[in-house]
Design a protein around this ligand. Structure first.
Ligand code: MCA
Ligand code: AMP
Length: 500
């Protein structure tokens, strides 16, 4: 992403990344990413949008791989470090990745797959520290407009199909997503943010990492979320902002509540020093917002986004942050509520689907022209599937139009995907998966099965764990004689939910 790299040159001596106890400057980031680019190019002038997958834990190394891929003219495909092999293989295969940059911890896991798929394996440890003096490609020789079309990244999202879809964003899409947030949330070069989110989704990649680096600010990684460490970071005065999903705020509150009074006071005083705390990726329950405000003095700024659009709506940085609401469209985002016939709803308090236009909106689902066409109206509105209403001047999300999409821990999960995998188990004759409301996780995944045998749910879970990511595992099970359905034979998921 050219804009990020151009900015970095002006911040060369500033601290960019803190990871594994070390501090790295923007200059070092440029040097190491240049080296990755050279190792990818090996004599070619431009990767020409070849897909380059990389599996690297959240760290300085992750960032220089991402930047190196962009600088070489490739398309960055970050793999989730916690996914089991079948999920990783799906992404490598679906993107037809040309190269995989692999951290040593994942080499043994992926070695065979990479050979089978004919992908070049580039071990992270084999990339030289210093960049050679070779030229890097000009990504837009015909002018900046070319960046609007030039693919930069593919992130996978689960939806109303059983297999995840690759969401393609261009260099211009990403630049726009970042600039919108840097302005709206008033990022400054003096900001320091803690990044505890996974780096295969927009929230961690764009809102936290890329906004910080665009601004000349500092981004510190924790390898994974841990409530105690996050509280200590806040108490240390080392960070100025924090962004997370509602489940993480819930977990931080639980940790705080278990501490003695004096410790609570110390942690709360630390958190008060931050200049901004944001929640998103799933609905923020009002009791969580209120409890967090009581503990830290911060009214969480809630915003609404989606992999396909970046961020769409946001409460205000300086003005009102109304609990239970997601604010107004961000500058540059065109938004409307529409009825079932795609007519614009102009009245307040009438629910409709959120539809979005703007330069941040993705280009296409990777190699899925039909799915892409179905996701837009004829006049170019992206159909989010989320339902909202305008309530006293601010938008409020009411839910989704599909029961097959579940949000758990901030992850978007397709019930259809879990069902398709479960049906491959020899003891599962029929099944249906739903999301049940849950204070901590937003929703938890529940699976009903019909079986002529006596399946053990522990064994079913272990079997699934090898095939789907852990956050997509059902946490509640029910064995039924039959799955409730209507006269057309369609599963009535709302009825099923009641059976749990
Ligand atoms: C884990 N566990 C769960 C779930 N996940 N239980 C119920 N439901 C779940 N979804 C259980 C595990 O089995 C384990 O239990 C225990 O919780 C701890 O597991 P672990 O994986 O260590 O959990 P964690 O590290 O505490 O993870 C929780 C988390 C994580 C940090 C909230 O889910 C997370 O990072 N979520 C963020 C996702 C995200 O970034 N989404 C953004 C995408 P046991 O020990 O008994 O096995 S959305 C996006 O990008 C859009 C654009 C947007 O708007 O932002
Ligand atoms: P993802 O595709 O993983 O990017 O998830 C996007 C989805 O997360 C949206 O379509 C919404 O359903 C949900 N979402 C994101 N932010 C919010 C929010 N503040 N309130 C309610 N739902 C949200």
């Amino acid at each position: 992403m050219q804009g990020l790299i151009d900015h970095a040159r002006t911040f060369a001596d500033r601290e960019a990344i803190v990871s594994n106890g070390q501090i790295f400057t923007y200059g070092e980031l440029l040097e190491r990413s240049g080296s990755v680019a050279a190792a990818l190019l090996v004599g070619r002038e431009d990767l020409g949008e070849a897909r380059v997958a990389f599996i690297v834990p959240p760290s300085f190394e992750y960032v220089y791989c991402q930047w190196g891929i962009w600088q070489a003219g490739g398309v960055a495909v970050p793999l989730c470090v916690d996914h089991p092999l079948p999920s990783l293989r799906y992404v490598l295969d679906d993107t037809a990745a040309e190269v995989l940059i692999v951290h040593e911890a994942y080499e043994a896991l992926l070695d065979e797959t990479v050979k089978e798929l004919g992908i070049r394996l580039l071990p992270l440890g084999e990339i030289p520290d210093k960049a050679p003096n070779a030229p890097l490609p000009n990504l837009a020789p015909a002018g900046r407009a070319q960046l609007q079309l030039r693919n930069a990244q593919i992130l996978y999202t689960s939806g109303t199909t059983s297999l995840p879809k690759g969401v393609v964003t261009t260099h211009a899409n990403i630049e726009n997503q970042i600039k919108t947030l840097v302005d709206a949330w008033e990022w400054s070069a003096d900001d320091r943010i803690l990044n505890i989110l996974p780096l295969h989704h927009v929230h961690g990649i764009i809102n936290v990492l890329s906004c910080a680096l665009w601004s000349g600010a500092r981004c510190e990684f924790l390898p994974r979320f841990d409530a105690k460490t996050v509280w200590e970071k806040m108490a240390s005065g080392e960070i100025t902002r924090f962004m997370a999903v509602p489940t993480i705020y819930y977990k931080l509150i639980s940790y705080w509540e278990q501490q003695p009074k004096s410790e609570q006071a110390r942690l709360s005083a630390g958190a008060r020093q931050l200049n901004l705390m944001i929640s998103g990726s799933a609905a923020l329950p009002v009791p969580t917002l209120e409890r967090w405000r009581a503990i830290t003095g911060h009214t969480l700024l809630e915003r609404y986004g989606m992999t396909e659009i970046g961020m769409g709506l946001s409460n205000s940085y300086r003005g009102e942050r109304r609990p239970g609401h997601v604010g107004l469209p961000l500058p540059g985002v065109e938004m409307r509520l529409a009825d079932a016939e795609n007519n614009t709803i102009r009245e307040a308090n009438v629910p409709g689907e959120i539809q979005i236009k703007g330069d941040s909106v993705f280009k296409e689902y990777w190699q899925k022209p039909e799915a892409t066409a179905k996701a837009f109206t004829e006049d170019g509105w992206f159909l989010t599937g989320d339902v909202a209403e305008l309530n006293d001047g601010l938008y409020r999300i009411l839910g989704r139009d599909s029961v097959d999409i579940i949000k758990s821990g901030g992850y978007k999960i397709s019930a259809l995907e879990i069902e398709a995998v479960l049906l491959r188990h020899e003891l599962v004759d029929e099944c249906a998966v739903v999301g049940l409301p849950d204070e901590e996780w937003g929703e938890i995944i529940a699976a009903a099965i019909v079986s002529s045998g006596t399946p053990d749910t522990g064994e079913l879970t272990a079997w699934l764990r090898e095939r789907i990511p852990a956050y997509r595992l059902p946490r509640r099970w029910l064995q039924l004689a039959e799955i409730p359905s209507n006269t057309l034979g369609k599963v009535t998921k709302n009825e099923l939910k009641k059976l749990f």
